[in-house]
Design a protein around this ligand. Structure first.
Ligand code: PEP
Length: 264
């Protein structure tokens, strides 16, 4: 059985001491569980100090972004090569990057390939905007984003990647996650089927089953279990609620209880 994956996207929040304090609090509350993988994604600046503090049996680190060239005259950028020893994962194609920083399909594809080339697992975010949803374009958007992002991967490389279904309209502004609209379980399940079908058509059924698919968008301790129970969902990408240790440890707790129930 695949390990449940819970990813905390801290976005552009928390300086080094605030991040260290949050890690300390999470460490006190979160237990080691062999079937659950917890990944923290702080700002680039905080990755190094956090890597020295982290209990690697409990937590792994992810970068929120990186540049797809391995080195060169790219002032201000950090490459996947530089992150190799620091992180297991990297978030790629997040809607903040697509829509606030103009990252198009080609850039996302290059970043996915660069991550894999450097031994870092990409967490590829895909999802439709509110307008695309209202126009009935959700499936086409998911198809375009998934197919183009993985197009430079080999059939061996595809197995390890993670895809997060993050409908852009469901993402919180950081603090309103408890009151935000989230998709119906049936709609999430349909999106997951569409994502796996795309992978299956390109790389076969086995690959489509081994790719882990997460849901992201305004999840919280009270909604996490229901979201994780959606058919085909292997975990959550959590934004706003991951900055609050009660909420985030509650989400992890939901995952524990779910895995225990499955184990019977
Ligand atoms: C995100 O931005 O990746 C995210 C999941 O945010 P939130 O949970 O705050 O909607």
């Amino acid at each position: 059985m695949k390990r449940t994956l819970i990813v905390a996207n801290w976005k552009m929040h928390l300086n080094t001491s605030q991040a260290s304090l949050l890690l300390h609090r999470l460490h006190e509350r979160i237990k080691i569980h062999r079937d659950i993988e917890i990944v923290l994604s702080p700002s680039m600046l905080v990755l190094q100090p956090l890597s020295l503090q982290i209990d690697r049996r409990k937590f792994r680190l992810a970068a929120q972004n990186a540049f797809h060239k391995d080195e060169g005259a790219y002032t201000g950028e950090v490459s996947f090569t530089m992150l190799q020893d620091l992180v297991h994962y990297v978030i790629v194609g997040h809607s903040d990057r697509r829509y606030k920083f103009g990252e198009g399909l080609d850039t996302v594809r290059d970043k996915v390939a660069a991550a894999v080339r450097n031994g870092i697992v990409p967490i590829l975010c895909v999802g439709e905007t509110k307008n695309e949803r209202l126009q009935g374009e959700t499936m086409q958007v998911l198809h375009d984003q998934v197919v183009s992002a993985v197009s430079n991967l080999t059939s061996r490389e595809i197995h390890d990647i993670v895809i997060a279904y993050e409908p852009v309209w469901a993402l919180s502004s950081g603090t309103d996650y408890l009151h935000h609209e989230i998709p119906k379980p049936g709609d999430i399940a349909k999106a997951v089927v569409a994502i796996r079908n795309d992978i299956s058509e390109l790389y076969g059924k086995k690959a489509s089953e081994s790719v882990r698919v997460l849901y992201g968008g305004s999840s919280s301790a009270s909604t996490a279990r229901g979201l994780m129970e959606v058919e085909g969902i292997d975990g959550l990408l959590v934004g706003g609620a991951s900055l609050n240790y009660h909420e985030f440890s509650g989400i992890v707790d939901g995952a524990y209880r779910m895995r225990r129930a499955e184990e019977g």
